[in-house]
Design a protein around this ligand. Sequence first.
Ligand code: RB5
Length: 149
Amino acid sequence: MKIAIGCDHGGIAIKPAVVKVLEENGIETVDFGCFDSSSVDYPDYALKVAEAVSQGAVDKGIILCGTGIGISIAANKVKGIRAAVCHDLFTAQMCAQHNNANVLAMGGRVVSAELAEQMTQIWLDTPFEGGRHSGRVDKIMEIENKYFK
Ligand code: RB5
């Protein structure tokens, strides 16, 4: 398993905790930055992670900004991306189980490093349930196919 991670200055505080979880799980991590707290533009990092997932260079992605909102909106503009901004263990679990989210987004100004670790772990551990959810996710991708060129 290979996971790409990217963040802006608003998400960098929780990045080390997330990377630690990936390492503990034996997951190869591709870190697209940023690497310090200088102000940067979150769409730049969303794009790097989303393209890596979309092109199959990595299996999944994790993106972090202040709220998780801006970086997830940007990532969802890339074909094939289902980025979910999550705030707690339940949403992190459900986005994997029901939505087959291939990118997890979190906010460094919303969740603590400890909670981000736990959310990352539950997202990694939770398989997509399939069944009735497959058809719904397929419908999401049909919308994408209709509107994305
Ligand atoms: C940066 O200040 C902040 O706007 C960004 O990290 C993110 O929260 C945007 O959605």
